[in-house]
Write a protein that binds this ligand. Structure first.
Ligand code: UD1
Ligand code: CA
Length: 461
């Protein structure tokens, strides 16, 4: 069996007031189209074809290598959108075709799979995924006859008063036998108030010819929700955000106040970890047990061990080992690897560097492109001078070294094990193990200089 998913994504989404296609609008930092694409792939379809229209070039670039795109030059309705993909369907010999709306981001793989088995076991030519919702306004309604058999979909614009009361709606997602899709679509017309080719008219046509169709009611009613405005987008964000936070809490993560806490659905967070307000955990994060994350911490593709404190930390593509204590105001940039029991705090930036265990970088320091050993102490205001305007170079600092306050380490340079640098030194030659490097001019005191020169200043007290 060879199955294709067609994702409809041509619409402009006028009410978003955006220069981007509507399906690029994000739910928890991911465009809606990506969520729909993942659901299709997760359900095991063999191929995905996306129908683009408004600002097609943005979508084509975004989807490069992940889906085939076909272009719908004019937006003449969902039926017309699917017609654009029919050459692809015919050329590639698919058995079944799944249609998905790119603006319904909560469709999930389980619902798609369950609907397919319902579709196959009953031998339907078309199986629509429906849902019962409290506010059906705007959706196509599922029409059933006295026996409960599915007979048609009526769009909001064509619905009479009684039909509008029906709360079982078309999710927009549906399975077709490929040959039936081609055949049914060829008979859809634009004879309606909007002058559009409605994909949903295929149901009435099939039923008129006594061909078997079905409506599969999704257990997950959220699977159908869509966003047409940014207010609805916020509502979808809130729905998913709370769902994720509740799942985490039920698995042992403490979130005493959910204000401003946003966590990616795939984040792994261990039990007894506490997430404090204003914390955003984006994709690709793993956090161990017994950590305190936040307040106001933002993590992206970052791995955090257990027993770690991250107070007002921003970290991207970084790693933090067990029992490290970072913050307040620490920035870990890509490839920062912070060892166990490390402390960083108060305006410290670490980039493309390793810090060995028990190292302390407490104040106003930049460590970039450096390999730092264990138990190193950085005084306040140390700078690794890693960039000479042309190339980046590395600093190597041995175990138990002591870097004095306001030291500049001009890379490439190394400081040996247990070596010291004097405060205010600019180090551009390697420092051997156990040595003290002093690289500053010797202090001179000019006796009675003030009395002789009388540099009078106005007294302020
Ligand atoms: C559609 C369904 C409705 C269903 C609802 C579920 C039809 C006629 N109606 O209505 O029964 O309840 O979805 O959300 O199918 N698109 C194109 N080209 C077009 C028109 C639309 O690619 O010419 C795309 C849009 O970008 C969108 C999807 O198709 O992703 C659905 O279109 P939209 O106009 O939002 O349909 P609804 O009015 O929501
Ligand atoms: Ca829609």
């Amino acid at each position: 069996m060879k199955n294709l998913a067609i994702i409809l994504a041509g619409g402009e989404g006028t009410r978003m007031h955006s220069a981007k296609p509507k399906v690029m609008a994000e739910i928890l930092f991911r465009p809606m189209i990506d969520r729909v694409l993942d659901a299709a792939k997760g359900a095991g379809v063999d191929d995905v074809c996306v129908v683009t229209g408004y600002k097609a070039e943005i979508l084509e670039k975004h989807l490069e290598g992940r889906a085939v795109c076909v272009h719908q030059a004019e937006r003449l309705g969902t039926g017309h959108a699917v017609m654009q993909a029919l050459p692809y369907v015919r050329e590639n010999g698919f058995d079944n075709v799944l249609i998905l709306n790119g603006d319904a981001p909560f469709i999930d793989s389980d619902t798609i799979r369950e609907a397919l088995s319902y579709h196959l076991t009953r031998g339907f030519v078309q199986t629509v995924i429906s849902a019962k919702i409290d506010e059906p306004y705007g959706y196509g309604r599922i029409i059933r006859d006295k026996n409960g058999d599915f007979t048609a979909i009526i769009e909001e614009a064509s619905a009479d008063k009684e039909t509008k009361k029906i709360n079982e709606i078309n999710s927009g997602a549906m399975w077709f036998q490929a040959a039936a899709l081609v055949d049914l679509l060829s008979r859809v017309t634009n004879d309606n108030s909007k002058g559009e080719y409605y994909l949903t008219d295929t149901v009435g046509i099939a039923v008129g010819e006594k061909r078997p169709v079905g409506a599969f009611t999704a257990k997950n009613a959220d699977a159908v929700l869509g966003a047409n405005t940014r207010v609805q987008l916020m509502e979808l964000n809130e729905l998913l955000r709370h769902k994720i936070l509740e799942k985490l809490m039920l698995a042992g993560v403490s979130i005493p106040c959910t204000d401003g806490v946003i966590v990616d659905p795939d984040a792994e967070i261990g039990a007894d970890t506490v997430i404090l307000p204003g914390t955003i955990i984006k994709e690709g994060c793993v956090i161990g047990e017994n950590c305190v994350v936040g307040p106001n911490t933002v993590l992206y593709k970052t791995k955090v061990g257990s027993g770690v404190t991250l107070n007002q930390v921003q970290a991207e593509e970084a790693e933090v080992a067990d029992d490290a204590n970072l913050g307040p105001f620490v920035h870990l940039r890509p490839n920062a690897r912070v060892g166990a029991h490390v402390h960083c705090g108060n305006f410290v930036e670490i980039k493309n560097s390793t810090l060995g265990e028990h190292t302390a970088v407490s104040h106003l320091t930049y460590v970039g492109d450096s390999d730092v050993g264990k138990g190193v102490n950085f005084g306040c205001g140390v700078v690794t001078v890693n960039f000479n305007g042309k190339t980046k170079n590395r600093c190597v600092i041995g175990d138990d070294a002591f870097i004095g306050c306001n030291t500049n380490l001009i890379a490439p340079v190394s400081v040996g094990d247990r070596a010291y640098t004097a405060a205010g030194s600019t180090i551009d030659r390697d420092v051997p193990d156990d040595a003290l490097a002093i690289a500053r001019s010797r202090q001179e005191n000019k006796e009675r200089w003030v009395i002789k020169r009388k540099p009078y200043r106005e007294k302020k007290y």
